[in-house]
Design a protein around this ligand. Sequence first.
Ligand SMILES: Nc1ncnc2c1ncn2[C@@H]1O[C@H](COP(=O)(O)OP(=O)(O)OP(=O)(O)O)[C@@H](O)[C@H]1O
Ligand SMILES: [Mg+2]
Length: 151
Amino acid sequence: MNVATGSPAQTRQLGEELGAAAEPGDVVLLSGELGAGKTVFVQGIAQGMGYEGQVSSKSFVIMGEYTGRVKLYHADLYRLEEPEQVEELGLGELTEDGVLVVEWPERGDWALPRGDVSVKFDVKGESHRAITLSGRTERGRTMLNALEARS
Ligand SMILES: Nc1ncnc2c1ncn2[C@@H]1O[C@H](COP(=O)(O)OP(=O)(O)OP(=O)(O)O)[C@@H](O)[C@H]1O
Ligand SMILES: [Mg+2]
């Protein structure tokens, strides 16, 4: 599924739709350069899951936890230095009771559960992003089909 957004609000909206469809156990992996819009998208996911507060950019904190309709775990592996750090997070276990969303998954892919949905962000201009969502599991494909049916 390919979506072009022309503002942060549009990217947030797309995240919100995915968040509304998310259930505990779902894993979403976000890739794209610095400033591509991954955290903006996570803010939308949180909203779509019924979380009302702020979602921060995790430059210094690796893990954020937000409780809305179901739990959302937001991990940003950008500053990961030691392989042990990501293993200590126990990301695989977290997915049992919540939705896991990971920025910079390539930095710790050996310790990550399999992603259901991969989202790739390409910067096309100051306020334009090309966003590609791919279903990596049966569950992920089902989510994206539901999303596409709604748009
Ligand atoms: N269409 C768009 N979608 C998303 N963000 C946009 C868009 N246009 C401009 N922006 C701006 O791009 C920036 C995206 O920042 P964001 O923190 O989401 O990036 P990120 O991918 O999480 O980066 P990092 O890898 O540093 O965590 C914001 O400043 C946002 O306002
Ligand atoms: Mg970010």
